[in-house]
Design a protein around this ligand. Structure first.
Ligand code: ZN
Length: 234
């Protein structure tokens, strides 16, 4: 697995990632298969009737196997270089464009939509009290404090102009006016305000109106239901 932003390895625990274009791995696997085939061909040519095997054919096969070994080595170099390039590109673009899951592990216990005759304007993600939750995108903290039925709440005005609201916290880890990146710890999951058990109420506003966070994040490479996020934001 690619290690990006390896200064924060804990964030990736218990989370699956969508595989990104596996260029380097594909090259390695294909080359490996060719080398394997070369060895099998050599064995088949040499073993059953070694005396009658044409030495020129054998030499040719050996040469082919050596060339394939060479190819494997070069593919390895190429994949190392490609990994290095990917890392550089990621450092440049990831912080600005990235979208993340708000939690590493959780259960969706209430979807967005009508509930008990009332509109539920976000998704409820159950997680143990005290679990850190993360900013899904970069932006500025416009609210960090008590927010009525939402309890202790963080609101981030995100760099794309949308707003993300994180409710029912047990503790807040940011202050109003603070800039945050995707993946920054904003607070700890709790049960404050109008809540019925430890969970994060996660809400997204587009043009000031609540929208279903599931398709919203899906469009940005983050799947709340599968708990996956893509490495590249597009
Ligand atoms: Zn809720």
């Amino acid at each position: 697995m690619r290690q990006r932003l390896s200064s924060e390895p804990d964030r990736y625990r218990g989370r699956r990632r969508v595989p990104t274009p596996p260029r380097s791995r594909y090259a390695a696997v294909v080359t490996g298969a060719f080398v394997g085939a070369g060895i099998v061909a050599l064995g088949a040519g040499a073993l059953p009737d070694a005396k009658s095997a044409d030495p020129a054919v054998l030499a040719g096969l050996k040469q082919a196997a050596a060339a394939q070994g060479d190819l494997a080595e070069r593919a390895d170099d190429a994949s190392r270089a490609s990994r290095a390039n990917d890392r550089d590109a990621l450092v440049d673009s990831a912080a600005q464009d990235a979208w993340k899951l708000p939690l590493t592990d959780y259960d969706i216990i209430a979807p967005y939509g009508e509930r008990w005759g009332e509109m539920h304007t976000g998704v409820d993600l159950a997680a143990p009290e005290g679990t850190p939750y993360l900013s899904v995108h970069s932006g500025v903290v416009t609210k960090a404090g008590w927010y009525g039925g939402y309890g202790y709440t963080v609101i981030v005005r995100q760099d794309d102009g949308t707003e993300a609201i994180y409710g029912h916290s047990s503790r807040l880890l940011v202050q109003e006016g603070q800039q945050v990146q995707a993946g920054a710890q904003l607070g700890l999951v709790g049960n404050t305000g109008h809540s019925y058990g430890s969970h994060l109420h996660f809400e997204v506003h587009v043009n000031g109106a609540p929208t279903d966070p599931v398709p919203f994040l899906n469009d940005r490479g983050v799947d709340l239901k599968l708990k996956t996020e893509s490495l590249f934001a597009e």
